[in-house]
Design a protein around this ligand. Structure first.
Ligand code: 5GP
Ligand code: ZN
Length: 113
């Protein structure tokens, strides 16, 4: 298993998991850039938004709705939050397993990755 997020999904690597179902897993970022920094990932390995397929539209929507539910759970839905997909090297992507950043609260730094 070479992909760290696949290992987290499989329970083979440690993470603070906040939510999981048959399609997605959400866990806290190990290097948070703000008070709330959560990653929502598909359980199935997908490299990035670039390799997402037409049939994955429901999965993508589910990732967004999961992020919204977690924003409510974290108490930041009203105050506001940011959702980010870094894609490719110039997009700041460092882990090539699709993930949605949910970021809220006071930023401790402004760059991701
Ligand atoms: P990217 O730069 O690819 O958009 O974001 C990857 C994110 O994954 C970074 O914010 C980084 O801190 C986080 N990350 C990297 N390795 C691990 C890990 O092993 N566990 C967790 N929880 N987060 C990780
Ligand atoms: Zn993976």
């Amino acid at each position: 298993m070479t992909c760290i997020f696949c290992a987290i999904v499989a329970g083979e690597a440690q993470a603070t998991i906040l939510y999981r179902d048959e399609r997605v897993t959400a866990f806290r970022d190990i290097h948070p850039v703000a008070a709330t920094h959560i990653l929502i990932v598909p359980n199935r390995h997908i490299d990035s938004l670039n390799t997402l397929e037409d049939g994955d539209a429901d999965l993508l929507a589910h990732m967004l709705f999961t992020a919204r539910a977690l924003a409510v759970q974290e108490g930041v839905a009203g105050s506001g939050y940011r959702l980010v997909f870094n894609t490719g090297a110039d997009g700041g992507q460092t882990i090539y397993h699709l993930h949605l950043h949910l970021i809220a609260g006071k930023f401790t730094r402004f760059t991701l990755g």
